[in-house]
Design a protein around this ligand. Structure first.
Ligand code: GDP
Ligand code: MG
Length: 598
């Protein structure tokens, strides 16, 4: 295709503002799918994505659009994820595009991820067309939201499109704007040595690793041998194609085009996002700058509830990692939990998505230990250790300083909930940096220790603001502070999976909260159970779970057999999800629930 007739674009938006719905409409209007074929939200194809209404993996589709100027254009749409944990996927897909549609819900207005995503698009030098979606809603206020886009984001919104992705109003204008208002890719020489950007890669059961590529120069053809310049490895290209949205094989891809190649690459890790794909026999002299790899920032231990399932877990974790290069794992042994894995994630949502997939798709019951960030520990002899796991904390007398990661968080919140949000940030050791208004919404910028955010910050924020706040964060720096390891002892046995690193000033309150929670979560036993929190040898909080004497079925007065059986079954069911620590059974939920603060 002549690059003048190509438009490569992304849709950037805050979650739920209608990006996926708009993408589906564009596919439908350009005949990629008939209405009948179009299942809801074609582009969100993982189960969990559909259930939670979030897009995790960026998806691409090629559309053909006969424009009003009489020419037919090829439109390559890259659907980007909207959630903060997946911001990295947003940024890398933007480098394959020249333009972006900025979708803003005309009733909600600009939100935290609208800002974060649009700034990434601006950083990547993309032209931006603002689109106000959901104008069918009675609460839509397009005028006000246009003004807000200009005030808060600082881009011209006078020609913002007004559409409803739901009803289809304004969709033809969107297609026309893509052609007339977004630039064509820079022309490249199709005869030059191949130079292509590896935009994304994922594992396909039939084809092996699939690489999504954007061609800059040269031509990609089936049968040629390509080299990935970062790793140096060369592969025979088994196939070249495009997504429409179904895979369709093509003869070749030329400058400006986006498509996929499959080349019997074994692991996603071998096809690094940001790498330059070139011709093995005639390599380009100027590889692309590439991206920084996505680094895990939140770690936790995953252990099978039933230790006999360890091999199943290993198998599942390995298979998941094949398809998700940002998920890392290594084996871990815990005195209390036995064999498991220490896993790294991009954020808490990523952690939850992986945990859910392991349980659901691979059918293993898991115990998740306290999420932790990476602490930098400087020892008295000067060596610096990256600590991923509180259980590995060195002897405090050998520690000189401990530093923890900080983030800059941006929160948008309606006026009436502002007080609650400020209190939450303050309680989490936050430092206020900015407080401004955009209409009736406040924008608050705080610096916060990431450690205080990984536990239940999103959940708390959501409940305080009835779901009306939006949140986004960026990495800031490492700061030294008075941090200590808090251990938890159940029946005088330390439960390493519950130990955590906390700020000394918060240790007592945290310890007390934890003991109270555990007291509620651990079922009563035939004996009395002390539950304690400690720093070093010093007990800072204590609760006692009193002994149970009665048989649970005793109160069923003999008569009703089914009820009795139900109770016993329920008890058995409960048993299955418990782990024994010394003489005490601790239910699976206790591990995560005990960490939530309220
Ligand atoms: P995404 O998170 O940005 O991909 O948002 P989705 O496309 O998944 O849309 C979020 C919700 O908004 C869904 O329930 C959609 O049905 C709804 N939605 C999307 N576009 C419109 C619209 O134009 N009008 C109305 N009323 N609802 C819409
Ligand atoms: Mg979506």
């Amino acid at each position: 295709t002549n690059p003048a007739h190509i438009r490569n674009f992304s849709i950037v938006a805050h979650i739920d503002h209608g990006k996926s719905t708009l993408a589906d409409r564009l596919i439908q209007f350009t005949g990629g799918l008939t209405e009948r074929e179009m299942k809801e939200q074609v582009l969100d194809n993982m189960d969990i994505e559909r259930e939670r209404g979030i897009t995790i993996k960026a998806q691409t589709v090629r559309l053909e659009y006969p424009a009003k100027d009489g020419e037919t254009y090829v439109l390559n749409l890259i659907d980007t994820p909207g959630h903060v944990d997946f911001a990295y996927e947003v940024s890398r897909s933007l480098y394959a595009c020249e333009g972006a549609l900025l979708v803003v819900d005309a009733a909600q207005g600009v939100e935290a991820q609208t800002l974060a995503n649009v700034y990434q698009a601006i950083d990547a030098d993309l032209d931006i067309v603002p689109v106000l979606n959901k104008i069918d809603l009675p609460a839509a206020e397009p005028e006000r939201v246009c003004q807000q886009i200009e005030d808060v984001i600082g881009i011209d919104a006078s020609e913002a499109l007004r559409i409803s992705a739901k009803t289809g109003v304004g969709i033809p204008d969107v297609l026309e704007a893509i052609v007339t208002r977004l630039p064509a890719p820079k022309p490249g020489d199709p005869e030059a040595p191949l130079k292509a950007l590896l935009v994304d890669s994922w594992y396909d059961t039939y084809l092996g690793v699939i690489c999504l590529v954007r061609i800059m120069e040269g031509t990609l053809k089936k049968g040629m041998k390509v080299r990935l310049m970062g790793t140096g490895a060369a592969y025979h290209v088994d196939g070249v194609g495009v997504f429409r949205p179904a895979k369709q094989v093509v003869d070749s891809l030329g400058p400006g085009e986006i498509g996929f190649l499959n080349a019997s690459i074994k692991q996603v890790r071998d096809a690094r996002v940001g790498d330059t794909v070139t011709d093995d026999r005639r390599p380009t002299g100027t590889p692309l700058p590439g991206f920084k790899p996505a680094v895990p920032v939140v770690f936790c231990g995953l252990f099978p509830v039933d230790s006999a399932e360890f091999e199943d877990l290993r198998d599942a974790v390995e298979r998941l990692a094949l398809n998700d290069a940002s998920f890392s794992f290594e084996m871990e042994t815990s005195a209390a939990l036995g064999f498991g894995f220490r896993c790294g994630f991009l954020g808490l949502l990523h952690l939850e998505v992986i945990r859910e997939r392991l349980e659901r798709e691979y059918n293993v019951d898991l115990i998740t230990t306290a999420p932790s960030v990476i602490y930098k520990i400087t020892m008295t002899d000067g060596t610096v250790i990256d600590l991923h796991n509180p259980a590995d904390m060195p002897d405090p007398v050998k520690i000189n300083t401990i530093a923890e990661p900080w983030i800059t968080a941006t929160i948008f919140v309606p006026d009436e909930y502002l007080g609650g949000v400020l209190k939450l940030c303050q309680d989490r050791r936050g430092i206020q940096r900015e407080l401004t208004y955009a209409g009736s919404r406040a924008m608050v910028v705080y610096e916060l220790p990431l450690n205080e955010v990984v536990f239940d910050f999103y959940d708390r924020l959501k409940s305080i603001t009835k779901g009306y706040a939006s949140f986004d964060y960026q990495w800031k720096d490492y700061r030294e502070d008075d941090l200590v390891k808090m251990s938890v002892l159940v029946n005088d046995e330390p439960v390493d999976a519950l130990s955590m690193i906390v700020h000394r000033s918060r240790a007592e309150a945290r310890g007390r909260g934890m003991c109270e929670k555990l007291k509620d979560l651990i079922p009563r036993h035939m004996f009395k159970i002390p539950i304690q929190a400690a720093i070093g040898g010093r007990i800072i909080a204590r609760e006692t779970l009193s002994a149970l004497r009665k048989d649970v079925t005793a109160k069923c007065y003999g008569g009703d057999a089914t009820r009795k059986r139900k109770l016993l079954d329920k008890q058995k069911e409960g048993k299955k999800k418990m782990r024994q620590f010394g003489r005490v059974d601790i239910p699976q939920e206790a591990f995560i629930a005990a960490l939530k603060m309220d």
